[in-house]
Design a protein around this ligand. Structure first.
Ligand SMILES: Cc1cc2nc3c(=O)[nH]c(=O)nc-3n(C[C@H](O)[C@H](O)[C@H](O)COP(=O)(O)OP(=O)(O)OC[C@H]3O[C@@H](n4cnc5c(N)ncnc54)[C@H](O)[C@@H]3O)c2cc1C
Length: 302
């Protein structure tokens, strides 16, 4: 989708929005899959309501992109534009045990920055790619740690109310790869409360988690992490592995040989290849176990 209305383009520029035309989302997603559309990079949170009003005026739908590490984006010319927050400098400000973090901040860098200031707790999240905003959206977690446990408040743009609000932790529920945010809420910033810990101790925890990841996941291959959520009391990866589906492929979309819940783009996989592989694996698991696996990966159809 293209924004070609000259007046809208001028108004966006006046709001400090950087408009990039015809961006290939395959270059912005960890899967390396996705068609093209216009990208609007927003520098000031306060301009979001006005930007969305402008898009509404010309009936242009939009989606909100973080770091692109949990996304399967459709092929070809996409029927919506993409909004992304620009990263401010600094993106993390510490105040005692509190870390005030912009949603555009990189999750891993936030964990190490806080660690260097003797603030721990989030060691398990070290290898999770993407932004703080993306992690909040689905309550990213690993090795017994989830980001929601450290949240004290979140600054959110609530599209339904058309206003920016601060939500306290007791107004948000964080569950396994699920949160109570509305689908059109945009996370803008968060305050995390982190336990004090000596840097050396945090570093040790980080090393252990990195080793676990290296031992079990396809490093250096294009993926979006786990494709399916684990059903209650079971492991999606184990079920797929038990069915002997590692290596199963559709075109260049392939079930990883290392971790059966990671599907990889082993070359030039299209979104339709990956969707066909996901549907095939889901159907085989349902037939064998009577369990319908739910996507963890977010699909943006063309
Ligand atoms: C190699 C690899 C390993 C991974 N390991 C893990 C893991 O251990 N645990 C885990 O939980 N995940 C894991 N993931 C998945 C992914 O990294 C996380 O889900 C991450 O939190 C997604 O963040 P993102 O910024 O990349 O979001 P994106 O992929 O850009 O977006 C994902 C969803 O979040 C929404 N979103 C993004 N930013 C915002 C915002 N500011 N406000 C509102 N909505 C927003 C998008 O609209 C979209 O719906 C892994 C992925 C890879 C590639």
């Amino acid at each position: 989708m293209h924004i070609d209305d000259a007046q809208i383009c001028r108004q966006l520029a006046a709001l400090g929005v950087e408009l990039q035309s015809g961006v290939a989302l395959s270059t912005l997603t960890s899967f390396g899959i996705g068609g093209t559309t216009d990208l609007l990079r927003i520098a000031k949170h306060e301009s979001i309501p006005v930007v969305l009003d402008l898009l509404d005026q010309v009936k242009i739908p939009y989606k909100f992109l973080g770091g692109g590490s949990n996304l399967l984006v459709g092929d070809g010319e996409l029927p919506w534009v993409v909004l992304q927050l620009a990263k401010p400098e600094p993106d993390v400000v510490l105040e005692g045990n509190l870390a005030h973090v912009d949603a555009a901040a990189d999750l891993g860098r936030t964990v190490t920055f806080c660690a260097k200031h003797d603030l721990g707790g989030m060691e398990g999240l070290i290898g999770v790619p993407g932004t703080i905003g993306g992690a909040l959206r689905m309550n990213a977690g690993a090795y017994g740690t989830q980001i929601g446990s450290y949240v004290t408040e979140v600054k959110v743009y609530r599209a339904a109310q058309r206003k920016i609000e601060i939500l306290r932790d007791d107004q948000i529920s964080f569950e396994y790869r699920h949160t109570s945010f509305a689908p059109d809420d945009m996370m803008l910033a968060v305050t995390l409360s982190l336990p004090s810990k000596p840097y050396k101790e945090i570093l040790q925890g980080i090393r252990i988690c990195n080793e676990k990841r290296r031992a079990s996941q396809p490093m250096g291959q294009k993926s979006a992490g786990c494709i399916f959520k684990n059903p209650p009391g079971a492991s999606a990866g184990r079920m797929i592995d038990e069915l002997g589906l590692k290596g199963l492929s559709v075109g260049d979309a392939r079930v990883s040989d290392r971790h059966a819940n990671f599907f990889v783009n082993a070359g030039r996989a299209s979104a339709s290849d990956m969707l066909a592989l996901i549907a095939d694996v889901r159907a085989r698991v349902e037939k064998a176990y009577g369990v319908k696996l739910e996507n963890e990966v977010v699909v943006w159809s063309a």
